[in-house]
Design a protein around this ligand. Structure first.
Ligand SMILES: NC(=O)c1ccc[n+]([C@@H]2O[C@H](COP(=O)([O-])OP(=O)(O)OC[C@H]3O[C@@H](n4cnc5c(N)ncnc54)[C@H](OP(=O)(O)O)[C@@H]3O)[C@@H](O)[C@H]2O)c1
Length: 382
């Protein structure tokens, strides 16, 4: 496991508790924290160890991966590291799961497909919550229909459950500028957390909230995974909602800032400063619920009639990204992931088995699903 922050720690705990592995190696920059996390594990006959590594050093990462059954990348931010780690996995010929949530990186990841195939490995990028669980849920919903034409993912994140510093960097980098959404079979550009307003009902305690397009990989991978799909979107919001505006304006400031700014006389990376500020603002909030929520609406046809299948869940979802990556790693090591090269969670992973592991065996949250009839579209000349 690379990285031992909020997501990495959850992955390590889950792999230790449920994984089929005899050896668990956690490699990260801050090895002291990794040792603390490993020190809290007890009760299973699994060898655990911590290694210090900087993932800028691809050769060192490949060296650590060499001989492993599978690697799990929880280092972030992904726009900085996901491709480096994927290249290291190809070099080491070791299959990999990551939690990449950056859409530009998702595009670039597919360019490694032929190299990953030549190395005889499988790389499953974006196996966290969203992307990740959301994509597999979309597959589960689509499997109940004869044909699918629209998939819409909506996500609400609680500021009281803000993830680690790398997650804040992701928000400022990926959710504060342009985003892509899929309309009429094509990807079109929109403004993240500004365009696409919609009011969505999530399970309690989150309830009804406004969401907006968000810069996420889902439309890119869903377009590849569901031939015939006409519309796909990923929308998001934060509670409290003013955080949307903070992310948009702070992210824009970071993009426009010089390479370094002076903070109390010290030269500081603007992204480090802004991410630390965002973390502090989120962590100082008292009151908001720690519950986040996820809702997936899949529209299509069953037995000739228009139907909409909805799956929705609410709970403390941020650490579940590590749980999803752990489940994916176990499935990968046991040969239960289809395909080779770079594969999408929604095509490579058996949705039933994966969701059983997440929502039943681990019981990370309650997953509700229901189906609604939809009106037939009105012909243009009627
Ligand atoms: N797909 C999803 O649904 C989903 C959900 C949540 C998060 N994520 C993504 O997952 C990533 C991790 O999030 P998080 O909340 O766990 O962040 P985090 O707590 O900041 O953890 C990041 C980890 O990466 C390590 N790291 C950073 N740079 C490194 C380097 N050069 N070499 C080695 N290790 C390095 C950090 O080590 P130090 O402790 O030394 O800094 C830390 O252990 C983020 O990119 C986030 O966007 C995805």
């Amino acid at each position: 496991v690379l990285g031992c922050g909020v997501v990495g720690e959850a992955a390590v705990q889950d792999l230790y508790e449920y994984g089929p592995f005899e050896d668990l190696v956690v490699a990260t920059r801050n090895v002291v924290r990794a040792r603390e996390v490993l020190g809290r594990l007890a009760g299973r006959p699994i060898r655990v160890s911590a290694e210090e590594v900087d993932v800028h050093d691809e050769a060192a990462v490949a060296g650590l991966m060499h001989g492993c059954a599978v690697a799990v990348n929880c280092v972030g931010p992904n726009h900085e590291y996901a491709l480096r780690v994927a290249r290291a996995a190809i070099r080491a010929k070791v299959s990999l799961v990551d939690v990449n949530d950056d859409y530009e990186t998702a595009f670039e990841m597919f360019s490694l497909d032929s190299r990953a195939r030549a190395a005889g490995i499988v790389i499953v990028p974006g196996l966290g919550v969203s992307p990740g669980i959301a994509n597999v849920v979309a597959r589960a919903a689509a499997d109940t229909l004869d044909a699918v034409d629209e998939i819409h993912i909506s996500r609400v994140m609680s500021a009281a459950d803000p993830g680690g510093p790398a997650f804040s960097k992701h928000l400022l980098h990926s959710l504060s500028g342009r985003a892509l959404t899929m309309r009429d079979g094509r990807l079109v550009e929109v403004r993240s957390l500004v365009d696409g307003w919609e009011r969505v009902e999530f399970p309690e305690p989150v309830g009804i909230l406004d969401v907006f397009h968000a810069g996420h990989p889902a439309p890119i991978t869903l377009l590849r995974s569901f031939p015939g799909l006409r519309h796909a979107s990923h929308k998001g919001s934060f509670t409290p909602a003013w955080l949307n505006d903070v992310i948009v304006s702070l992210g824009q400031l970071v993009r426009e800032a010089p390479a370094a700014v002076l903070v109390r006389g010290r030269s500081t990376d603007p992204m480090d400063f802004a991410a630390a500020y965002l973390q502090r603002r989120c962590r100082s909030l008292s009151g908001p619920s720690r519950s986040s929520a996820l809702r997936i609406d899949v529209h299509g046809r069953r037995r000739g009639k228009r139907r909409r299948v909805i799956f929705a869940t609410a709970g403390r979802l941020a650490p579940s990204a590590g749980v999803a990556a752990s489940v994916g790693a176990a499935m990968l090591a046991e040969g239960q992931v289809r395909g080779s090269g770079i594969v999408c969670p929604e095509t490579a992973i058996d949705a039933h088995d994966f969701l059983y592991e997440i929502f039943t065996r681990r019981d990370v949250a309650k997953l509700d699903d229901w189906t609604e009839d939809e009106p037939e579209p009105v012909a243009a000349d009627s």
